[in-house]
Ligand binder design. Structure first.
Ligand SMILES: [Zn+2]
Length: 300
């Protein structure tokens, strides 16, 4: 009898825990403080319960210069940051790569879905992009401990909320690691999700919360956008960034690393979850990178 009461009590408690986990995941997460070791430094809006700052999986080596790359979408880490990232790793810097979105919403999904059955949902497409990002960063020498993946820029999302979250994320790492360099894209980028990361870093620098930063012009704004009247019209309204200097890979081995990382975005093997999303989304940008991987640092 006593045993039955204990079993029944445990069952009720277990069911209650599962119910809380489903209805209020934030409460369960807060039971595990390691998950929240970096508190958000800016206030979050009410519907931000699923959003929290991810702590680094490995503390940086104090002997090494630490660098953060904030990557708006899977493929930007190769197309825009591949050259400086490979250079930073060669200089023995401790490089952390932070992907800000899964990128569920892309015109590439319709193109891919014409070639496969069953079709990919936006979430499955986003997961395929994340897989390409993981493979590309692995090929550049960035391991899982130096990689974090957020889930911003969702469909129907609110641009202001996205900006708030980007700034919250960058500010949290800047507070915890003030000695780090913060690298991302130009505020003049025609793609708003690229530009807002640049803007967040610029504002944090202006308010002295970031000491060291660097901005890069995407291959799109420097080259491919100019070939499309619609894109170049938008870019003209925004204006172009001022070029500070160009950087290049000179050693064949480094060029091979970059080329191999770019090829992670070309793998087509639907049975195993590879859909060549990067290549199907922006073939022109990958072509330009292969032709000439010169990368532009801009003044901001
Ligand atoms: Zn992008």
């Amino acid at each position: 009898m006593k045993k039955n009461i204990i079993v029944a009590t445990c069952s009720v408690l277990f069911m209650a825990l599962i119910a809380v986990g489903i209805l209020k995941p934030g409460i369960i997460r807060s039971l595990f403080p390691a998950e929240r070791s970096i508190p958000p430094t800016l206030s979050l809006s009410k519907n931000d319960e699923s959003f929290y700052i991810q702590p680094l999986k490995k503390k940086p080596d104090p002997q090494k210069q630490m660098v953060f790359y904030f990557v708006p979408h899977a493929d930007d880490e190769v197309l825009t940051f591949g050259v400086p990232m490979i250079q930073d790793l060669k200089q023995n810097k401790e490089v952390y790569v932070i992907l800000m979105s899964h990128g569920d919403i892309t015109g590439a999904r319709a193109r891919i879905n014409k070639r496969i059955n069953p079709e990919l949902t936006p979430r499955q497409l986003g997961q395929a992009r994340v897989n390409e990002f993981i493979e590309a960063t692995n090929r550049m020498g960035i391991d899982d401990k130096h990689r974090l993946i957020y889930d911003l820029f969702l469909e129907g999302g609110d641009r202001e909320q996205d900006y708030g979250r980007v700034k919250t994320i960058v500010a949290a790492y800047a507070k915890e690691y003030p000695q780090a360099e913060f690298k991302s894209m130009s505020i003049f980028d025609v793609h708003p999700e690229h530009a807002i990361i640049g803007k967040a870093i610029q504002e944090l620098k202006n308010s002295n919360r970031i000491k060291s930063s660097q901005s890069f012009a995407s291959i799109n704004i420097m080259r491919t956008c100019k070939k499309s009247p619609r894109c170049s019209g938008k870019q003209q309204k925004i204006g172009m960034p001022t070029i500070e200097r160009q950087i290049q890979l000179t050693e064949p081995r480094d060029k091979h690393i970059l080329s191999s990382a770019a090829d992670a975005y070309r793998v087509w093997n639907p049975k195993k979850g590879w859909y060549s999303v990067g290549e199907i989304s922006v073939p022109g940008q990958f072509r330009e990178l292969k032709k000439d991987p010169t990368t532009i640092i801009v003044k901001e």
